[in-house]
Write a protein that binds this ligand. Structure first.
Ligand SMILES: Cc1cc2nc3c(=O)[nH]c(=O)nc-3n(C[C@H](O)[C@H](O)[C@H](O)COP(=O)(O)O)c2cc1C
Length: 218
C-alpha cells in the first residue's frame, strides 16, 4: 500500500520511453550508478564530454564551472585521502555550504526518508546500522569504482544563481557521458525488495521493481 506521498510522486513511465527520440531515451536512461567496472575510459572520450557539456547555459554567460579530471594514481591518491578523512577524522571536517535546509519541510522530508528506506533496503542495510551505512557512504570517495573521477568546483565568491549554472553544466556532463558507447547497460542487477514501495524517485522501478543499472563497458 503506497502512502499518500508515494502516490503523489509515483508516475507511470512517460510514453516517450519507448519512442524513437534518442535524446529522450538518454535522459530516461541516466541514473545514479553506484557500482562501476574499472575498464579505462579514454582521455579523448572525457575531453569530448567536457567540450560538449560546456555549451550549458549560464547567467550572463559567465560559465562558472571548473572541472578536475582524476585518473590513475592521482585518483587513487585523492580517494585514499578522502577515505582516510571519512574513516578517522569525520568530525574535523564540515561542509562550506548547506545542502539541505536544517528543518526539511514536507513533502521533502518524507521523500528523503523514503529514499533512505529504498536505498539502504535494496542493499540489505538496516537504517540503524550506522557502521554499514558509513561503509556504503565511503564508496562515494572511491568514485564507486569508476576509473575516472570528476571534481567540479565553483569560485566561493559566487552566489546561488551561479550554482544553478553549475547544475546545468553537471547535467550536461552526465547526459553527454550517457550518450557514449563507453557507458552501456549491464542488465538488471539490483532487485528492490517486495516490501518496499516502488521507487517514487525512479519511475523506471515502478513497473517490475527491478532497477536498471548502466555500467562502464567491461
Ligand atoms: C547534487 C547531487 C548530489 C548527490 N549526492 C549523492 C551522494 O553523495 N551519494 C549518492 O550515492 N548519490 C548521490 N546523488 C544521487 C541521488 O541520490 C539520485 O540522483 C536520486 O536518488 C535520484 O536517482 P537517479 O539519479 O538514479 O534518478 C546525488 C544527486 C545529486 C543531484
Amino acid at each position: 500500500m503506497l502512502s499518500a506521498v508515494e502516490n503523489a510522486v509515483s508516475r507511470p513511465e512517460p510514453s516517450c520511453a519507448t519512442g524513437g527520440n534518442a535524446f529522450d531515451r538518454i535522459i530516461l536512461g541516466r541514473f545514479a550508478c553506484r557500482d562501476f567496472a574499472s575498464r579505462p575510459v579514454s582521455r579523448e572520450t572525457i575531453e569530448e564530454i567536457l567540450a560538449v557539456a560546456r555549451y550549458a547555459p549560464s547567467g550572463a554567460n559567465i560559465q562558472p564551472w571548473q572541472v578536475y579530471v582524476l585518473a590513475g594514481v592521482e585518483k587513487e591518491r585523492i580517494s585514499s585521502a578522502l577515505l582516510e578523512a571519512h574513516r578517522d577524522a569525520r568530525d574535523e571536517h564540515s561542509s562550506e555550504y548547506k545542502y539541505y535546509s536544517t528543518e526539511l519541510p514536507e513533502p521533502y522530508l518524507s521523500r528523503r526518508a523514503q529514499f533512505g528506506r529504498i536505498y539502504y533496503g535494496s542493499l540489505g542495510i538496516q537504517q540503524s546500522d550506522t557502521a554499514a551505512r558509513a561503509n556504503q557512504t565511503s564508496k562515494n570517495y572511491a568514485f564507486f569504482g569508476a576509473p575516472i573521477g570528476l571534481i567540479v568546483t565553483i569560485d566561493r565568491r559566487l552566489e546561488i544563481g551561479s550554482w544553478l549554472d553549475l547544475g546545468m553544466f553537471i547535467q550536461n556532463v552526465m547526459l553527454a557521458a550517457g550518450a557514449r558507447p563507453a557507458f552501456v547497460p549491464a542488465g538488471d542487477i539490483l532487485e528492490i525488495p517486495p516490501d518496499l514501495a516502488p521507487n517514487a524517485f525512479d519511475s523506471r522501478a515502478a513497473n517490475g521493481g527491478l532497477r536498471h543499472f548502466h555500467r562502464l563497458a567491461s
